[in-house]
Design a protein around this ligand. Structure first.
Ligand code: 2RA
Length: 329
């Protein structure tokens, strides 16, 4: 399997390479792609050095799969070119996610929708991925009516510049700014850009992507997405209202058996999911499982995952693994 990684030197692209290596992905040739200024430099993969090539060179090499994490405009321009060359593209940008002809996939939820005709596949937003992995088994059992989510998102979701801003502020030195305000000892209720209805694009992504991935527009979703000075992953407080009532022990049992989920919920011993524990893991961690007594048939959860891994790189690689397993590529 010839695999291109487009954006190989970026934060997510670097993690994609790490995940491909860790999961011993069945690739016969690796094609790292980055901007012109990086062409010619080398990356090391499984102890071997690979030269970074240009987009045109990568397309001419006709990879079987191209994992993209290079921004929406790059994906809009070049993903169709890879598709023309016979490549299946799995894109981590938001460019294709709401295109009705494009599948938006979290393997634990809707990989079954994929077919050999899907040559551009969208990887959902990180904060959406970790939430729907948990929603899916509960929706199947109790039918979700409404979701209210507040997120606590790592600066790594913004990128290298944001991590540098946080670290510089910690050291009390000036440097490049990724945010309008200080992020250290602060929180910013602002991720991506504000739209005319007062919601940010990040919040709208969580709402619309959830309905698309779950294939159920009847699920009402509202979101408040917040940036916090944390590195290891995104955390989410999720309130779910069901059509049907539930038994708390059964909810816990369903989640303990759910694919890709690890339940960490023993508050008597101070056991609950935290970004520091989720960092560099591929699972979604859920805890603080408790009934919301303020309304009937409602549940509160706390969900944590590494946003660069399950929230981006690992989810994309898992889609690629599924395509190979089902001979769709
Ligand atoms: C963020 N989910 O956390 C967005 C994009 N990675 O900034």
């Amino acid at each position: 399997m010839k695999v291109a990684v487009v954006g190989a030197t970026g934060l997510v692209g670097t993690v994609m390479l790490k995940v491909l290596e860790e999961r011993n992905f069945p690739l016969t040739e690796l094609i790292p792609v980055a901007s012109e200024k990086s062409v010619g430099k080398e990356i090391t993969f499984k102890g071997k050095k690979f030269p970074i090539v240009s987009m045109d060179t990568a397309i001419s090499m006709k990879p079987d799969i191209a994992l993209f994490s290079a921004g929406g405009s790059t994906s809009l321009e070049h993903a169709p070119r890879f598709k023309e060359a016979g490549t299946t593209v799995i894109d981590n940008s938001s460019a294709w996610r709401m295109d009705p002809t494009i599948k938006l996939v979290v393997p634990e939820v809707n990989a079954h929708e994929l077919s050999i005709d899907n040559k551009i596949i969208a990887n959902p937003n990180c904060s959406t991925i970790q939430m729907v992995v948990v929603l899916k088994p509960l929706h199947d059992k109790y039918k979700i009516k409404r979701v209210v989510v507040s997120t606590y998102q790592s600066v790594t979701g913004t990128g290298v510049k944001a991590v540098e801003q946080l670290m510089n502020e910690r050291k009390g030195i000036d440097g490049p700014k990724a945010y309008a305000y200080e992020i250290d000892l602060n929180v910013l209720p602002h991720i991506d850009v504000f739209t005319e209805n007062g919601y940010t694009k990040e919040e709208i992504k969580m709402i619309k992507e959830t309905n698309k991935i779950m294939s159920d527009d009847s699920i009402k979703v509202t979101a408040t997405t917040v940036r916090i000075p944390v590195m290891g992953g995104h955390s989410e407080s999720v309130n779910i209202e069901f059509e049907n009532d539930f038994d708390l022990a059964e909810v816990r049992s369903i989640l303990e058996k759910a694919p890709g989920v690890i339940v960490v919920d023993d508050v008597a011993n101070l056991k609950y999911p935290m970004p520091k524990d989720a960092h560099e893991k591929d699972e979604v961690f859920v805890g603080r499982i408790r009934r919301d007594d303020s309304v009937p048939k409602a549940l509160n959860l706390w969900i944590v995952a590494d946003n660069l891994r399950k929230g981006a790189a690992t989810n994309a690689v898992q889609i690629a693994e599924y395509l190979i397993q089902k001979e769709l590529v």
